[in-house]
Design a protein around this ligand. Sequence first.
Ligand code: 4F9
Length: 252
Amino acid sequence: MKIEVVTLFPRMIAGALEFGVIGRAIARGLLSVGTEDPRTHTSDVHRTVDDRPYGGGPGMVMKPEPLMAAIRAAHARLPGGAPRVVLCAQGQPFDQAQAQELAQLPGLLLIAGRYEGIDERVIALGSDRQLSIGDYVLSGGELPALTVIDAVARLLPGVLGDERSSVEESFAAGLLDWPHYTRPEIFEGEAVPAVLLSGDHAGIQRWRLQQALARTVHRRPDLLRKAQLSDQARRLLNEIEARGGKDRGKQK
Ligand code: 4F9
């Protein structure tokens, strides 16, 4: 997959992608991420990329000409039909379903704004959709662009060990994760749940699913509406709801 990011801070993108699973995916050629800086598309001595808002008010707006030129230059390096996505708080919520959709594509263009925003005509003429990573205001679209890249990249074939992705897809898809433990068996007086030491594989799977369901019921009940639950998960969920939150305080 090829991704391009239009940004005034290309080193923010390149630097963050050097590490871990994603850094390795890029090194192995499973993914490439390029950048295009609108400042390189200016011709005045000050290399101006922003201007005052029509109508007045505080802050500056990204001016359209250099931004549009950068979008066109970056888009031309991608396979045909790559969507041009603006990261902004006004966009559609970005979620795992969106990540899965984007991960099917050969190319993706991400547009990260700075200042108070970008000229609305660039959104109309130079983008295909807008995505938000959450309801908070940031200093720019770079961290949201990196968030999208990370979520998409880990879905690409070969980026993760197959084992984890298949577990997530079928077993507890759309639920919060279950608790994890490693050695020592007792840490600061707290023991690992006995079932995890039992060697009873089916019992362990049941416990993990039960924990994932209970956490989701208590912390993010909104997620349950979208989750695709197996028959076993349905049964466990009914038991949890019948207990009526009795196990709420037990496991944070
Ligand atoms: C972008 C916030 C996407 C949330 C970009 C200021 C943003 C954002 N999701 N805030 N610039």
